[in-house]
Structures are given as C-alpha cells and as structure tokens.
Design a protein around this ligand. Structure first.
Ligand SMILES: Cc1cc2nc3c(=O)[nH]c(=O)nc-3n(C[C@H](O)[C@H](O)[C@H](O)COP(=O)(O)OP(=O)(O)OC[C@H]3O[C@@H](n4cnc5c(N)ncnc54)[C@H](O)[C@@H]3O)c2cc1C
Length: 499
C-alpha cells in the first residue's frame, strides 16, 4: 500500500506526488492534523478556515475519483506507526516542505523512522525550491526550467482503499478561538481558479501601477498568496497560465495591452521571488528566529517596549495611515506588499521592536502565512539580513503618496471623521482637537534618524562586510556578476529591495 500524504499541496491537478503514486497502484490519500503544530506555530482560526475549505474541495475531487480523503488527528509518527501495522505500507509520497522549524524537526525525525522501518518516503519538489542546494549560482535558470515543465495531468480513477468517513476536527479540538469574518479570502481550488482567472483576464490590467496603494491593490493584486501557500494551485500552473495570457495579449495590437503585459510580467517576477525567499529558509532554517547577520544580535532584544507593541498591534500608534493598514489587515487577513513592509519597518525602526515578536504577530493576521517569505521579509524590513539596503518607511509620506485624499484613512479610522482634509495625515497638527485617537507614539523624524544611526553604526564596521559577503554568496539573487564585484557586494541590493 502506498500513502499520499497531502500537506501544502491541496489539489489533485498538477500534483506530482499524487500522480506518480497513482500511476504505481492503489493509494490512501491522507491529511494529518497535528495538534502540536497548531499549538506551537502562529496558525490560528483564519488558517484553519482556509484549510478546511481547501480540504473540503480536495475531498470532493477525490470522492469523485473513488476514494475520500482520510483525515487523522495525531502526531504524524503515531499515524504512520498505526498505518504500518494496519495497511502494511511500503511507500509514502509527499511534496518537499520548507516550512517552520517545528515542521523541519518533525520531518527529520520521521525520515529516520521511515528508513528504520524500511518504508520509502518519496518527497518530490514542491515548487522551484531546491533541497541541499550547493550554490545559488544558476538557481534562476533552474527555476525557469522547473516552471516550464509539463503540468501533471489529472488522475482518472482511484481504487477504494478505505471506508473511513471524511471528517475534519473541530477548531476547538485544536485549541483555536473562534474568528468569523466574511472578508477573508476563501479557500479551495475552485476559489483559487476563480481568482486566477479574474486576475489574468481582468484585474491585472493595471497591476504594476496599482499594487502599491492599499485601496487599489485589494482589487489589482492577484490575492493568490494563500492559494499558493496552501497549494490549492501550483505555482507552475499559475506561471504557465500567466504566460499564455501574455501571448494572447500580444496577439492583440491594442496600445493598452502593452501596460497589461508589463503588469503580468511583474507578477511573474513575484512568483520567482516566492521561491527565491523560501529557498533562503530551506538553506538556513534559523532565519525564523535568528538575525541573518549576527552583528545585529543584542541590538533590539533588551529594549522591547511592550506599550509600543500593544499600540502597534491595536492600530493606535497615532500615525493614521499606518493604523489604518493594521486595522484593514485584521479585517481582510491580507494587505499588499508595500504596506506589509511599512508595518514591519515602522515596528522595527521607529518603535525599535525586535522583529521576532512583531513578525509572529503578523503571521497570525496573514492568511497566506508562509514562513520562508515571512521571516526573510521581516528581517529584510528590519535591516538584519546584512545584504539588503536599509529602507525605513515614513508612514506620513507613504500615506500622502498612496492615500493622498485620506479616503483609506477615513474608512478605517472613524475617530478622525472630524479632522479636516489638510490634516488627515498629521492630525496632531490640526487645530481641531483629537477625539479618542492618540497622539503619535514617537516623533517620526527623530525616531527614524536614531534607528538609522544605530543600524549604520554596525553596518559601517569592518567586521560587518566579511559576514555580509558570505550571506550574499549563500542567499543573494544573482543578477549581478558577483565574482567581479565581490568587494562591493554589501552595497548592492538583493534586487528585491528595489520597491
Ligand atoms: C513583512 C512581510 C511579510 C510577508 N509575509 C508573507 C507571507 O507570510 N506569505 C506570503 O505569501 N507573502 C508574504 N509577503 C510577501 C508579499 O507581501 C505577499 O506575497 C503579497 O502581498 C501577497 O499578495 P498577492 O498574492 O496579491 O501578491 P501578488 O502581488 O499578486 O504576487 C503574486 C505572488 O507572488 C509572491 N510574492 C509577491 N510578492 C512577493 C515578495 N515580495 N516576496 C516573495 N513572494 C512574493 C506571492 O506568492 C504572491 O501571491 C510578506 C511581505 C512582507 C513585507
């Protein structure tokens, strides 16, 4: 008997593990709820809801093929111990998983147990991330090759191997608190496909122009991140459909199509970044909790200001645009890249909060929580990677640039309804008295300059460069010829800070 262990690949289409296992013979399709993972990671009710919708959809597809999805709630090792006795399993198929440290440790233990028990565990590549990568040289080329491979076709029939009824554990059994929100992105492959189609054939037209403002990004960005993260769609199929869409647009000589093509090309670039970031965590799992550049150790740890943290979490820092972003994120479970970067940067620089606490909190708000992107991005926006240029977002300027009329602010901060238009970004300067909205926690310019001074003091030290160069060689994207420019590496951006 073979087992197909579904993890973050909740689909039957373009699912290499599923397809290859079915080609070999009967399978048991399995998903495991591991209580310990839910307890020890930032996963919460919104992740559970998205997951439940996705599993329901997956189960529908499997049922039509002849075998329902089997759900277990236990530690993975206990499940496989039981299955070894019950089904005489010889092979377990799954996708390679680069997730948080808990998952890595579970996989390491499980791998040992499988080999001790003569069970083959075949883990196929999930996306463009490469396990045991020797060097980042040529990585982009390999990514392109894997994205252009043929998609795995659907399976037509499954042999019935189990009578177990499909039933998902209740959220309370996993220790989760109820959280209802009709604004959250819906899970499941069908919803993912709808989003992809509406994006490629309608919403993406002005993606590259409208991705930066939270008011326009909510329509013009793909909002596919949670689907990619849970694997209801494969990144390869998205990549190929986007390329097909570009070809169609090319066939039509309309002038506006040039802008549209440009937009879809920048979307494709981001699919590449998805894997580029996860590769970093695959190569260095400690990125989840340790500064990438060790000279930053100790910089923020002992200065954590709980009062600042609470105000930042509640959207009551006194900076209207920033607070509006936090409040909108809580309601939607999603916000665009620039605003995520601003939220993180403000917490790390202006409020001098350690990124580990703030990023773990944000992870509970993002439905698309993906540790490989999340922690590397969080470190990047906190200046601790050692290879990216320092970018400190000024929330007042961001507000003026991306919400010039203050409409987004007014939507999310009703306390400011009486503040005149000219003061909406800086209400503390208004002659109208603030009602129920706080004064800014810090003076923006002073806090920004002080933070920059502390960061640059370390960055300009002699010891800094050597480690930075090594970090770049291990993790940096390779668009420049690093061999000829090794001395200047740390002054280069890692491409991705060009936002
Ligand atoms: C502090 C911080 C934390 C983040 N945490 C996450 C996270 O937990 N999960 C997550 O998926 N993204 C994360 N991002 C990256 C990015 O903000 C989101 O991927 C994006 O906003 C999701 O919206 P979308 O699907 O509409 O993206 P689109 O703009 O439509 O892009 C398409 C896809 O490309 C990928 N992508 C887009 N931008 C980036 C990026 N900058 N880096 C890597 N991949 C990218 C995502 O898979 C995304 O779905 C984070 C960014 C920051 C600054």
């Amino acid at each position: 008997m073979q087992i197909v262990w579904f993890k973050r690949d909740l689909r039957v289409f373009d699912n290499e593990a599923f397809k290859k296992a079915c080609d070999k013979g009967p399978i048991l399709p399995l998903y495991i709820f591991e209580e310990d993972l839910w307890k020890k990671s930032p996963m919460c009710m919104k992740h559970y809801t998205f997951l439940k919708q996705s599993l329901d959809d997956l189960n529908n597809d499997l049922e039509k093929l002849g075998q329902t999805l089997i759900i277990e709630k236990n530690s993975a090792i206990e499940v496989f111990k039981e299955y070894k006795e019950k089904y005489n399993i010889n092979t377990v198929w799954s996708h390679q998983e680069t997730w948080n440290y808990w998952v890595k440790q579970r996989n390491d233990k499980l791998s040992e147990w499988f080999s001790f028990n003569n069970i083959r565990w075949i883990e196929v590549i999930q996306n463009g991330v490469i396990r045991n990568l020797k060097s980042r040289e040529g990585w982009a080329k390999k990514w392109n090759i894997s994205m252009n491979k043929k998609v795995f076709s659907a399976v037509t029939r499954l042999v019935k191997t189990s009578d177990k009824t499909y039933k998902i554990p209740d959220y309370k059994e996993l220790g989760l608190k109820e959280e209802k929100n009709k604004n959250f992105i819906l899970g499941g492959r069908r919803e993912g496909l709808k989003l992809l189609e509406s994006f490629l054939y309608d919403r993406s037209k002005n993606y590259s122009i409208q991705m930066s403002s939270p008011s326009t990004a909510i329509v013009s960005c793909s909002k596919l991140s949670a689907h990619i993260s849970f694997g209801t769609l494969s990144i390869k199929e998205i990549y190929q459909m986007a390329n097909k869409r570009i070809e169609l647009l090319k066939n039509n000589p309309l002038k506006e199509n040039k802008v549209w093509i440009k937009s879809i090309r920048s979307f494709l670039k981001r699919l590449y970044w998805h894997c580029h970031f996860i590769q970093k965590l695959e190569d260095e799992p400690s990125i989840e909790f340790k500064n990438m550049h060790s000279l930053y150790d100790g910089l923020r740890e002992n200065e954590f200001n709980e009062k600042f943290f609470v105000a930042w979490k509640n959207g009551t820092t006194g900076f209207p645009f920033l607070d509006a972003c936090m409040r909108s994120l809580k309601v939607n479970g999603w916000i665009n890249f620039r605003m995520r970067a601003m939220l993180m940067s403000f917490a790390s620089y202006h409020l001098w909060l350690h990124w580990k606490h703030t990023s773990d909190f944000l992870a509970t708000l993002f439905i698309d929580y993906e540790p490989g992107i999340h922690y590397t991005q969080s470190q990047m926006q906190s200046g601790t990677t050692g290879i990216n240029s320092i970018r400190i977002y000024n929330p007042i300027k961001q507000g003026k640039d991306h919400d010039p009329e203050g409409l987004f602010i007014r939507k999310w901060i009703p306390e400011l309804s009486n503040i005149p238009q000219k003061d909406i970004h800086t209400p503390w300067l208004s002659e109208v008295k603030l009602k129920n909205y706080p004064l800014p926690l810090v003076d923006e310019a002073t806090a920004r300059k002080e933070a920059a001074k502390k960061i640059y003091k370390i960055r300009n030290s002699k010891k800094f460069k050597e480690q930075s160069n090594n970090i770049y060689l291990k993790h940096g994207s390779r668009k420049i010829n690093y061999k000829n420019k090794s001395k200047n590496l740390i002054n280069r951006t890692d491409q991705l800070s060009l936002f």
